[in-house]
Design a protein around this ligand. Structure first.
Ligand SMILES: *[C@@H]1O[C@H](CO)[C@@H](O)[C@H](O)[C@H]1NC(C)=O
Ligand SMILES: *[C@@H]1O[C@H](CO)[C@@H](O)[C@H](O)[C@H]1NC(C)=O
Length: 448
C-alpha cells in the first residue's frame, strides 16, 4: 500500500515566507531521494492554524468513534441542521467532542456548531466566515450524514509561556513608569522587590533584560493573580465573543463534551494531580493552596519526588501563574460556567497520543476508499497501480515455472529409483549404463 503513505512535517508558522519556501524546497528535493513512495511537489505545504485545528478535531473524534453510525442507547446525541442541505428536519447523530489546546505560545479551541448561527453585526459575520469550516467526511460528496460545521479559533500569544511574558513586560513597563512618577525604587534591589501574586509565596526572581531588570517576590495569591490577569484576556462587551473580542458561537454547556490538552493537562496533572475529569472549584482550591505554599516547601516536595516526572523546576515556578491563566482563559475567556461537568483534561485519548496528522490523513483520503482505487487500476487509468499489478503477475509466472521444475525433478528421481531396482534385480553391479544414459539426456525430465 505504498502510495497511501503520508509524511507530515511541522514547519513553524512564525517563520518568514522566504524561510518557509526554503524548507519546503529542501523537502521537495530530498523526500524523493530518501523515500520511494508516490510523491509530487504539491504534497508539501504549510497549513494554517485553522486547518491544523480542524485536523486535530477530526483525529480526536475519529479515535473516540464519534463518526460511527451505530449507537447504543447510552451514546450522547445532538440535533444538527446539516450545513448546505435544504432538509427542514434536523438530523440526530452522535455528539462530537470539542478540543481545547493551550501550548506555550498559542491557545486553540475547536468544536462542532450543530445549529446554524446568527450574527450580531455584518462585521461579525465577516469575521465568523474565517472561523467556521464546513466539510463532508462521508464517503462521497452527495451524502450529507457526515457534513460537519466546526468552529476553530487560534489565539497567538495566549499560550502559557507567551502569557507570562506579556504579563512580565507589562509589570516592567508599569513599575518603571510609576517609579519615575512617584520617585520610588520598587524592584530595583532585592530589598525592595515588586510583589507578584502569581508566583509562589516567597519565591525570589528577576525579570526583564539586563538593561531593565526588576526584582520580584512571590506573594502566592491565586485570586489576586486571576484578577490581575483578566485585562490580558482582552475581552470586549460584544455578545458572542471570547478572547480579543473574537466571535465565538454559543456552546450548549448542558449538551457538550470537551477535551483539554497540553497546558490544560499539565496545569491540572503535573503538580496538582487532578488530570482527567475537571472540576473548577476543586481545581481552584488546589491551585490556591499551591500558590500559597512557601517556595522552600515546594522545593523540598520537588526534591523528594512528590510531583509527576514531567514536572520540572520551571513548572514549579510558573504553576501558580499558569493555573490562574488557564482558569481565566477557560471560564472568563471561553465562558465555560464554573459548574461545567464535561471537560476532561488529557494527554492521551484511549491510550493514543492523537495528533493533527491523523486527522490530516483521514481528511485527505476521505473520498479515496480502496474500492475506487481498484476500479481505477482495472480501467488502466492509474499507471502506478497497473505497474504493481504486472509485478504481481510476474510472481505467478515465476511460481508456475518453479513448480514445473520441481515436478520434473521428483518424476526424474522416481524413474531413477525404478531403474535402480530393476538393475539390482538383474545383479550386474559392474556396469551402471542407466547413469550415463540419464545424465546424457538433457530432455529426460520433459520426455517423461
Ligand atoms: C485586543 O483586541 C483588539 C480587538 O478587539 C485587538 O485589535 C488588539 O490587538 C488586542 N490586543 C492584544 C494585546 O492582543
Ligand atoms: C466539584 O466538586 C465539589 C466538591 O467535591 C462538588 O460539590 C461539586 O458538585 C463538583 N462540581 C461538579 C461540576 O462536578
Amino acid at each position: 500500500n505504498v502510495s497511501m503513505q503520508h509524511v507530515q512535517c511541522r514547519v513553524c508558522c512564525c517563520l518568514h515566507i522566504s524561510q518557509q519556501e526554503a524548507i519546503l524546497e529542501d523537502l521537495r528535493t530530498d523526500i524523493p531521494v530518501h523515500f520511494n513512495f508516490l510523491f509530487s511537489d504539491s504534497h508539501v505545504e504549510v497549513i494554517s492554524g485553522k486547518l491544523e485545528g480542524i485536523y486535530a478535531w477530526i483525529g480526536i473524534n475519529f479515535v473516540l468513534g464519534k463518526f460511527q453510525h451505530a449507537h447504543n442507547d447510552g451514546d450522547a446525541v445532538v440535533e444538527v441542521n446539516v450545513p448546505g442541505s435544504d432538509q427542514q428536519a434536523a438530523l440526530v447523530r452522535k455528539r462530537t467532542a470539542g478540543v481545547l489546546d493551550m501550548g506555550g505560545v498559542s491557545t486553540q479551541i475547536a468544536f462542532e456548531v450543530p445549529k446554524s448561527v446568527s450574527f450580531a453585526s455584518p462585521q461579525q459575520e465577516e469575521v465568523a466566515k474565517n472561523l467556521l469550516a464546513e466539510f463532508n467526511l462521508g464517503c462521497d460528496a452527495h451524502q450529507t450524514d457526515h457534513v460537519y460545521r466546526v468552529y476553530v479559533s487560534t489565539f497567538l500569544g495566549f499560550g502559557g509561556n507567551a502569557a507570562r511574558q506579556t504579563y512580565e513586560e507589562s509589570l516592567i513597563k508599569n513599575t518603571t513608569m510609576q517609579n519615575k512618577l512617584l520617585g520610588q525604587h520598587v524592584g530595583e534591589t532585592e530589598k525592595t522587590p515588586l510583589l507578584d501574586p502569581c508566583l509562589p509565596t516567597d519565591l525570589q526572581d528577576q525579570i526583564g533584560t539586563s538593561e531593565q531588570k526588576l526584582h520580584v517576590l512571590g506573594t502566592g495569591d491565586f485570586d489576586q493573580c486571576r484578577l490581575r490577569l483578566q485585562p490580558f484576556l482582552n475581552r470586549t462587551n460584544e455578545p458572542q465573543t471570547s478572547l480579543n473580542g473574537i466571535f465565538q458561537p454559543a456552546i450548549d454547556y448542558n449538551n457538550s463534551q470537551f477535551f483539554g490538552f497540553s497546558e490544560f493537562y499539565y496545569c491540572t496533572e503535573d503538580v496538582l494531580r487532578m488530570g482527567g475529569d475537571y472540576n473548577a472549584s476543586k481545581y481552584a482550591q488546589a491551585a490556591k493552596s499551591y500558590c500559597a505554599t512557601q517556595w522552600k516547601t515546594l522545593r523540598e516536595r520537588f526534591d523528594s519526588g512528590l510531583y509527576a516526572s514531567h514536572a520540572d523546576l520551571h513548572r514549579l515556578q510558573y504553576q501558580c501563574f499558569k493555573s490562574a491563566w488557564m482558569y481565566e482563559v477557560l471560564h472568563s475567556g471561553f465562558s465555560f460556567p464554573p459548574d461545567y461537568k464535561n471537560l476532561k483534561t488529557a494527554f492521551l485519548v484511549y491510550d493514543k497520543e492523537v495528533q493533527w496528522t491523523l486527522g490530516a490523513i483521514l481528511f485527505r483520503t476521505r473520498f479515496l476508499p480502496l474500492r475506487d482505487i481498484q476500479q481505477e487500476s482495472l480501467k488502466g487509468v492509474h499507471s502506478h497501480w497497473r505497474h504493481s499489478f504486472s509485478f504481481v503477475n510476474n510472481h505467478y509466472l515465476f511460481l508456475v515455472c518453479f513448480f514445473i521444475v520441481l515436478l520434473s525433478i521428483i518424476l526424474y528421481m522416481l524413474r531413477l529409483r525404478r531403474i535402480h531396482r530393476r538393475a539390482a534385480q538383474r545383479c550386474s553391479p559392474s556396469s551402471v549404463p542407466w547413469l550415463e544414459d540419464g545424465l546424457g539426456s538433457p530432455t529426460l525430465p520433459i520426455n517423461l
